[in-house]
Design a protein around this ligand. Structure first.
Ligand code: 5GP
Length: 190
């Protein structure tokens, strides 16, 4: 994923000590062709698994998951909702997630109709930091007794513990770019 790595270096902005802003191409304005390429990379990485669904969390993961779904022959994308509205669904799997960027804990939910025990689910998100978002999604899939094909993230911050925590759950991680460190406001990629 050289194109992604170039974009991170040229257009990513380090804000605060530990946060990378990528709103030129992922989180606000979207480079669709780059997302298509990412989807193909995920498809190739997980080619030995029969994946039936992609699960992500709103809002940052939705575009990435949707274009990946096309690479997987248009399998459905389900996104966990953060909304707390009672009319949203009355029969949901729920779990708590602590947000790294917002420093608050919130509930995410998926309607039970959308993950079935026969499903093999690929979890996708934009960033992997402390792993809490992905661990929450893993929890939702396990509540449904479905199987997990793996976790695919666009950008992993390798100096945070996310990968280790997910691998401890016996779940494989595919990261398209791994950041080793931020040094003087610059991104050092692995
Ligand atoms: P984790 O749950 O792994 O600690 O953090 C992942 C979630 O936090 C992602 O869904 C992403 O939205 C957000 N996040 C974590 N680190 C960053 C970052 O450096 N930049 C941006 N833009 N989002 C991040």
């Amino acid at each position: 994923m050289d194109a992604l790595k170039k974009k991170i270096i040229n257009e990513g902005q380090v804000i605060m000590p530990n946060i990378l802003k990528v709103d030129h191409f992922i989180n606000h304005q979207i480079d669709v062709a780059l997302l298509v390429e990412m989807g193909e990379y995920f498809k190739n990485f997980f080619k030995d698994k029969t994946i039936t669904k992609i699960l992500t969390v709103e809002a940052g993961g939705i575009a990435i998951a949707s274009l990946a779904a096309l690479a997987f022959d248009n399998i459905p994308v389900v996104f966990a909702k953060k909304d707390n509205s009672k009319i949203l669904c009355d029969d949901c799997y729920l779990t708590q997630v602590h947000s790294f960027t917002k420093d608050k804990t919130y509930t995410i939910r998926v309607d039970k109709r959308f993950i079935q025990k026969e499903d093999c689910v690929l979890i996708i998100d934009d960033f992997l930091a402390n792993g809490q978002a992905c661990l929450g999604l893993i929890d939702l899939v396990r509540q449904a007794s479905a199987s997990i094909a793996g976790v695919g993230v666009v950008i992993e911050k390798g100096f945070q513990p996310g990968r280790g925590l997910i691998e401890k759950q016996q779940v494989e991680v595919c990261a398209l770019a791994t950041i080793e460190a931020f040094v003087d406001g610059k991104v050092i990629l692995k």
